[in-house]
Ligand binder design. Structure first.
Ligand code: HEM
Ligand SMILES: *[C@@H]1O[C@H](CO)[C@@H](O)[C@H](O)[C@H]1NC(C)=O
Length: 320
């Protein structure tokens, strides 16, 4: 009885809700190859060449999962696909996931979905950038539909008010804390001038800068994005020196100090709805590290296709 109970607990522990995702779905499905390890190796190599891939893979996960669920719809190429949406114009990492999938196909053809390749690759990136290792659930299948207008309608602009953002995440099964922890993805990577320039010169039509921005950051960002320049330069989302590509809680410390690059970043530290959570994460170096992985796992459950739905794409840019 006891051992049966233990077996059942183990099974329950690895299956969540009524979807069919589980930890280690591909174990034994790729001969002697451990596909998660293969993907880890490719990501490691890629990060050596270009650390930007860390933030690319994390953001790509968000943009995949929020539109039509985690189904690699963001990777489909074509005239009116999600990639073509304005919000996805500067989205990186799409080619990288395609290249990782090519390596995967060589050792294990037709088995691993593109959306799972992204989930496994993002976990590798988080870990390699100083985050904590976490188990990923797998077993997703790829979708066949990708529409730019859906991405435009769902993916939030940086000006979204905190309460609206919380509502958006709630619709996807993510609570307020998940929202604050996932925004910690902004501890790595950059934003382009077009995402925050209005804050610097003409905040909501006031012809003045956003009053919540620190004077030191305002100076730096105005330098990066001069008023009369069309160039869409990049600024770090986390202002901490030597922390731009690192998964740590430095981003929360910065937004508490009025050093948020995006309006949503700054407002999250000010809003009574979220500032308590932000302060807690800013104080404890381990809390964010412990919570980010599980929050990514939760996000990766949104609207997944399993069983007979969807397909295993051969190449990530097109349906079979
Ligand atoms: C209300 C929710 C969110 C909003 C409004 C938002 C908005 C943005 C914007 C405007 C940028 C800069 C784009 C650019 O100018 O190039 C950005 C970058 C980024 N976002 Fe978010 N984001 C949100 C949530 C998330 C979540 C949940 C994640 C992942 C867990 C995430 C991960 C990232 C990363 C890693 C970057 C940097 C990308 C790079 O360096 O290329 N974001 N986000
Ligand atoms: C805020 O950002 C500016 C610009 O990067 C920087 O000079 C300043 O040291 C930052 N403040 C804190 C508290 O780190």
């Amino acid at each position: 009885m006891l051992s049966l109970g233990l077996i059942l607990m183990t099974l329950v522990g690895h299956c969540y809700g009524n979807n069919k995702l589980r930890v280690g779905f591909y174990n034994g499905k790729c001969g002697s190859h451990n596909i998660e390890k293969v993907i880890y190796g490719v990501v490691q190599q890629k990060i050596r060449e270009d650390p930007d891939i860390v933030s690319d893979l994390i953001r790509l996960s968000f943009h995949d999962c929020f539109v039509r669920g985690c189904d690699a719809s963001i990777l489909l190429e074509g005239k009116h696909t999600e990639q073509m949406a304005r919000v996805n114009k500067k989205l990186g990492g799409i080619e990288d996931v395609g290249e990782i999938k090519e390596v995967v196909e060589k050792v294990c053809p037709g088995v691993v979905s593109c959306t799972d390749v992204l989930v496994i690759a993002a976990r590798a990136a988080v870990f390699l950038a100083g985050g904590k290792w976490y188990d990923v659930e797998t077993g997703r299948r790829d979708g066949r539909v990708s529409l730019s207008k859906e991405a435009e309608a769902i993916l939030p602009p940086p000006t979204i008010p905190v309460n609206k953002a919380i509502q958006l995440f709630a619709k996807k099964g993510l609570n307020k804390r998940d929202f604050v922890v996932l925004l910690g993805g902004h501890t790595a990577g950059t934003a382009h001038c077009h995402s925050f320039k209005k804050r610097l010169y003409n905040f909501h039509g006031t012809h003045k800068p956003d009053p919540t921005i620190s004077s030191s950051l305002l100076k730096v960002l105005r330098n990066t994005c001069p008023l009369n320049s069309q160039s869409d330069n990049e600024a770090f989302l986390d202002q901490t020196p030597n922390s731009h590509f690192k998964m740590d809680n430095a981003y929360y410390k910065q937004i508490v100090a009025h050093n948020g690059t995006l309006e949503i970043d700054q407002n999250m530290a000010i809003s009574p709805l979220t500032k308590g959570i932000v302060k807690g994460l800013a104080k404890s170096p381990y809390q964010f590290l412990n919570e980010f992985g599980p929050a990514m796992v939760k996000m990766a459950r949104i609207g997944v296709l399993t069983g007979h739905h969807g397909e295993i794409r051969k190449t990530c840019g097109s349906v079979n």
